[in-house]
Design a protein around this ligand. Sequence first.
Ligand code: GMT
Length: 375
Amino acid sequence: MKVAMICYPTHGGSGVVATELGLELARLDHEVHFISYSAPFRLREFQQNVYYHEVEVSAYPLFKYPPYDLSLATKIVQVNKEHHLDIIHAHYAIPHATSAYLARQIMGNQHPKIITTLHGTDITLVGNDNSFFEAVKFSIEVSDGITAVSNYLAKRTKTDFLIEKDIQVIYNFIDSQKYNGAVSNCNIKRFAPHGEKIILHTSNFRKVKRLPDIVHVFQRVRKRMPCKLILVGEGPELQSTHQLVMELGISDDVLFLGTQHYMENILGCADLFLLPSDEESFGLAALEAMSCKTPVIGTQIGGITEVVDHGINGFLHPVGDIDGMAASAYKLLSNDNMLKKFKDAARLKAETAFDMQLIIPQYLEYYKKILQQNS
Ligand code: GMT
């Protein structure tokens, strides 16, 4: 099969899923064409069957807002002319599904099928914005196939956008061979020289991640036991998080690592992962942590409840329940027996429910089904 993966290249779950899916399809001998405005960050080395096509965005001075959607559609058409694609797989509806539709219209009769994978904020935050709503609804409806990364997101799409077409739930996945909790490459433990427990969070530091809650939970746990906080990532909330850490006088115990490319090495050092988001369609970062034997304390919302089992491999609390999350964190970190059980259970869930060997075939099956459909 020849598949074009349309995705965001930056540090975000949808780009990670698109890239890992594409790489695995390429290993299975399919031809994969990534199309984006820069190379997806997980495309780290050469791989057979993988191609990358950069979308050039016009900087013409008349354009206060360069029309990326048009440049992307044009690039998809060009790639198809040269490579005769079977599928255009748009990850994140905005604007990828819309550009894919436009490309298909330009191509005429002989066109590839469009599959749109909904990832989260394309539906829950941005897609509901009035300025996007109609275009997003339309682009989802005209896709040949639609997938969502959790049952929660599929339901939410149907209700919020009144979509009647089937939405296939295909969970996000993990390479549990690579994300296995081995810490041979990890020097982070040096940051906890006296065996302090390590709490970790990674994200793109947007408001939805509730960074202040992370810092406050940590501060409460730190009052009761020696521990350290590692924050990985960058984004709009980075400065204010720094500021808060300084104001609370806990900066000696908080390490900001910035963006990291090999999370599998860092996650293996952590004892606990915090994800107190107020919206999360799946929580890929939590899954990566669990696969590395790190239990999760998070919020009882969205797709997190399909990934983390309360009381088994983590604890889930209402959004903003800082005291509850801190109490659960302390309970877990101060009891080595319990912590070990949770760590093993986290790994087991990642391996048995979300390993890529289980999920990639579901995408392949879905591709085949859509290819057999008459348009
Ligand atoms: O909204 C984001 O954080 C961006 C989006 C992305 O493009 O990275 O993340 C969403 O997709 C991930 C991959 O499917 C999910 O694991 C995240 O839960 C989801 N984020 C939200 O729903 C907030």
